[in-house]
Design a protein around this ligand. Structure first.
Ligand code: ATP
Ligand code: MG
Length: 502
């Protein structure tokens, strides 16, 4: 009976007898560069093999090594159970409910070590749509290979013998730059609809074509993505952000008709034609390709920016602009469209937005305070992006670029220069300020609006205006010196911390 079930499942996955025996590819043929292989992953395989278990590097890392890319993370697979893995390796924790596996940690590196999964359906729990919700039955290597998503992801590299084991012609597919699903694609998408997103992301990232039979059911199966937990959709969206091909992914998601109503991922699909979003994704892709990092909250800030401007313009004009700006930020952050995005990202998003109006004030202590803000870097990048979309004057972005790299004395001089400029311009700048206030679809220029308000108040109450001017323009010298020395202290602390981390 059990054999019959195994046979049926094997047919479902398209596992023939032949696929139980892998092709063995020798190092002189596959030409994997051992220098690209994580020494930590090798040491884990070595420990497991010395303890009598089988152990291989598996998945995307082998695929990337075969293409000649340096993998960003490494996964190890073994016939040892999670408890046995834990016993053999140091600093290991067993995690996961859907799939139990082990995280082995050394300094900043974390290797995921899993046990070969079985094909036997009996241990697999599915929901009413056929989506796998729990699966913790261990099996043999050929079964594990058949359970993986794409042929290119089902390759096993033994870092000790340096042989690659290939059960599903993955190497041939990699050579043809083809992403092919193992088994029946429709069934595999039903079991785990996230494979749709993986197909789109991995093919976009590697410049592979999705095999015809693998691509065919995507459009129809996309609807099952709505049953995927928000946390997994967030994970996949973050992986798209850091894929180095996020722009291509967005176009492909739309091409395959993936719903823009999905939590988190939907935001990306909705904003696909927005110029600022496309520019931001393009820049992020370029950063990732240069080996630099990107902050997820920065991309969320860009994705939600047009929503913020819209919300701001709809709030009653009687509310003072700075308050309106604050309220608009709160409203967008609380809006259900942000569902699925973790709170910590939302908090950072609102900081980046708040700093946008603070960039406008370049007098007094404000520039130092803005520069000292923990989100300065991301907010400054955001300002540059806005300038590149002609949302703010290039002059403003250039000023901050100069301020950012200036020495402290030069920073002081820049502020003084700006204060002189504001003083001479005061009065002659009325037209520009009026224009900004009238056009409520544009992001608020608080300083310009405040100026208009102050002028209006002056007519009614000249004393009040005088006070505002004094507060705005003349920070007492002792206060500035005190602030500056604190700022210097903080800058030194920051660089000491950074060099320690390095
Ligand atoms: P990346 O370059 O983004 O890390 P990856 O293929 O390594 O791509 P991981 O999420 O690190 O992706 O997964 C490691 C391996 O686990 C995959 O290569 C694949 O063999 C297997 N895998 C991951 N997710 C699935 C899934 N949803 N269904 C089947 N196999 C999967
Ligand atoms: Mg990986």
């Amino acid at each position: 009976m059990i054999n019959r079930i195994v046979e049926q499942v094997q047919n479902l996955f398209g596992v023939s007898r032949l696929e139980k025996i892998p092709k063995v590819i020798l190092p002189e043929v596959h030409k994997i560069n051992p220098r690209y292989v994580s020494a930590f992953a090798v040491s884990i395989c070595e420990k497991l093999q010395n303890a009598g278990y089988e152990a291989f590097i598996v998945g995307g890392a082998v695929r990337d090594l075969l293409i000649g890319h340096k993998p960003k993370d490494f996964d190890v697979v073994t016939d040892a159970t999670p408890e046995q893995i834990k016993r053999v390796t140091k600093r290991a924790i067993i995690i996961g409910r859907r799939f139990r596996l082990v995280h082995v940690i050394r300094r900043a590196e974390r290797i995921e070590v899993s046990t070969f999964r079985a094909l036997n359906e009996e241990g697999i729990q599915k929901d009413s749509n056929g989506r796998v919700i729990q699966d913790n039955v261990f099996g043999e290597q050929y079964e594990d290979a058949a359970r993986r998503d794409f042929t290119a992801n089902a390759l096993y590299y033994d870092p000790i013998s340096q042989e690659v084991l290939d059960y599903h012609n993955g190497i041939a597919d990699i050579e043809k730059k083809r992403l092919r699903m193992i088994g029946d694609p429709k069934e595999r998408y039903r079991e785990d609809p996230v494979r749709i997103l993986r197909a789109i992301r991995i093919s976009s990232k590697l410049g592979f074509e999705i095999d015809k039979k693998t691509a065919a059911p995507i459009r129809a199966m996309g609807k099952f993505l709505s049953a995927v937990p928000e946390a997994r959709l967030l994970d996949e969206t973050l992986k798209i952000f850091t894929s180095g091909a996020s722009l291509k992914c967005v176009d492909e998601l739309a091409h395959y008709g993936i719903s823009p109503d999905l939590p988190v991922l939907g935001l990306l699909i909705q904003a696909k034609d927005n110029l600022m979003v496309r520019k931001a994704l393009d820049r992020c892709d370029a950063r990732i390709q240069r080996g630099l990092s990107v902050s997820a909250y920065f991309i969320f800030a860009v994705l939600l920016w047009s929503r913020l401007k819209e919300t701001f313009s709809k709030l009653p004009q009687e509310i003072p602009p700075s308050k309106r700006w604050k309220e608009a930020i709160e409203e967008v952050c609380e809006n259900p469209i942000t569902r699925g995005i973790q709170r910590r990202y939302i908090e950072d998003v609102s900081e980046v937005w708040r700093l946008q109006t603070r960039f406008e004030r370049r007098t007094g202590l404000n520039p130092f305070r803005v520069f000292d803000h923990p989100r300065f870097r991301a907010a400054y990048d955001f300002l540059l992006l806005r300038a590149s979309c002609e949302e703010v004057p290039h002059e403003l972005a250039d000023w901050w670029t100069a301020f950012e790299s200036a020495l402290d004395d030069e920073k002081e001089e820049m502020i003084r220069e700006m204060e002189r400029k504001v003083r001479t311009e005061r009065g002659s700048n009325r037209t520009a300020s009026n224009r900004l206030v009238k056009d409520s679809s544009k992001p608020v220029d608080q300083e310009a609006e405040a100026k208009v308000q102050r002028r209006t108040t002056k007519e009614a109450n000249p004393k009040k205006q005088e006070k505002t001017t004094i507060r705005e323009m003349s920070v007492p010298t002792e206060k500035r010196t005190r602030f500056r020395s604190n700022h210097l202290k903080r800058t030194r602390q920051k660089s000491a911390l950074l060099s320690k981390r390095r």
